[in-house]
Design a protein around this ligand. Structure first.
Ligand code: ATP
Ligand code: MG
Length: 367
């Protein structure tokens, strides 16, 4: 009894005998399948370009008159869109089979072993797997978009708190300082009170400095005033002052015009990298390079510290490292963190500044 279900199948097969067999197997197992036939790659491309309904499955013979082997698989996968590609071949080359699976083929079946049931099973598994993968992709997309929104809200909130601290408390403390200074100048004030007022003014000054520092860490004013490069230069000089770690920074003269969210995420990644060096690296030197080349910004932060263990580097619970990767992902950048024991750590961030290209999908992660 044939099975029901939507099965829109394209068979790419040049051998008429093999096609007839495959068609017979399909009709045996599936009730009213929609079968299209292409005898070579060119015809398949034509059919795929002009199809009315998307195909669920493509059954692909590996040796066509106009294309064969891996190049054929790669091209078919590229034009297959949502269809699962099942390779039918006469060769029992195990390594080739594994390789074809790794580049996106759903299954690899030897023609001599094929039965109507094994073909049907492969079709069902492939379509079900495709459904699960699509659901996972949608769910990942939702999670990423939620993370992006959360990140934006967080940064806006930080900026708001920084403004509040700076404008409200900062103004109040400055007012207090002015009142104390005029109180000291007042002729009626006892002479032994004046030194006490000086101490209070000094305390107020320290508080103003601390507030500025907190506000700046929440939202570096320099980013908004002078842009990313100046903010990073400030970050590195603060880092050197605080830690005493000798720091060299090279910054390209050309500063790209990029949006605030991109700037703030790049800044946060650099901030986390330097905080990690302060906390963990035991480094004596840091090299910071920012290069801006043909709409690609490359930032390298190199320390000569003790390095990050491979297990830590790939540990999903390393929240700081995870955050750096997530932020890079949010802005479509590539981040490579390479480290080896006692040889220091290199963090490389590659960002497209033209606002279009997603480097993340163009290049693969190296760690
Ligand atoms: N530059 C570095 N040199 C040496 N070890 C590092 C460096 N950066 C990170 N590590 C190691 O990797 C671990 C994970 O770093 P991560 O930033 O994820 O977490 P954390 O800094 O310990 O905590 P958090 O960032 O969440 O406050 C650190 O605990 C440390 O052992
Ligand atoms: Mg950290």
């Amino acid at each position: 009894m044939p099975n029901k279900g939507d099965h829109n199948i394209l068979v790419i097969e040049d051998n008429p005998g093999d096609f007839a067999l495959v068609e017979e197997f399909l009709l045996e197992q599936i009730e009213a399948p929609i079968i299209s036939h292409a005898q070579d790659y060119k015809a398949a491309k034509e059919i795929l370009a002009h199809r009315d309904h998307p195909f669920d499955i493509i059954l692909l013979d590996l040796s066509l008159p106009d294309k064969t082997g891996l190049p054929l698989i790669q091209e078919v996968i590229e034009i297959a869109l949502n269809a699962s590609v099942i390779v039918l071949t006469g060769y029992a080359d195990f390594e080739f089979g594994v390789k074809s699976l790794s580049i996106g083929v759903s299954d690899y079946i030897l023609k001599e072993e094929i039965t109507s049931l094994s073909l049907y099973k492969s079709i069902v598994y492939s379509t079900e797997r495709k459904k699960i993968i699509s659901a996972l992709e949608i769910s990942e997309m939702r999670a990423r978009s939620f993370a992006k929104q959360l990140n934006n809200v967080l940064e806006e909130e930080r900026a708001r708190i920084a403004r509040e601290i700076h404008d409200e408390f900062g103004q109040q403390l400055s007012g207090l300082k002015m009142s104390l200074t005029s109180l000291k100048k007042n002729e009626g004030v006892r002479s032994d009170v004046a030194p006490i007022i000086d101490v209070i003014v000094a305390d107020v000054n320290t508080s103003i400095q601390s507030l500025r520092q907190i506000a700046n860490e929440l939202r570096p004013v320099l980013i908004d005033k002078l842009g990313l490069f100046a903010a990073i230069e400030w970050l590195v000089s603060e880092f050197e002052k605080k830690t005493g770690i000798s720091s060299r920074i090279y910054v390209d003269i050309d500063q790209p015009v990029i949006n605030k969210m991109l700037e703030i995420n790049i800044f946060r990644i650099c901030q986390e990298a330097l905080t990690n060096i302060t906390k963990h690296a035991e480094a004596t030197m840091v090299n910071f390079r920012i290069e801006n080349n043909t709409q690609i910004l490359t930032i390298r932060i190199i320390d000569n510290g003790k390095g990050i263990k491979a297990s830590t580097l790939h540990n999903p619970l390393s929240m700081g490292l995870l955050n750096m990767r997530e932020r890079a992902n949010l802005i479509g950048a590539e981040i490579n963190i390479t480290s080896s024991f006692d040889k220091g750590t290199v963090i490389e961030l590659i960002v497209s500044t033209n606002g279009k290209e997603n480097i993340n999908s163009r290049r693969s992660f190296s760690n």
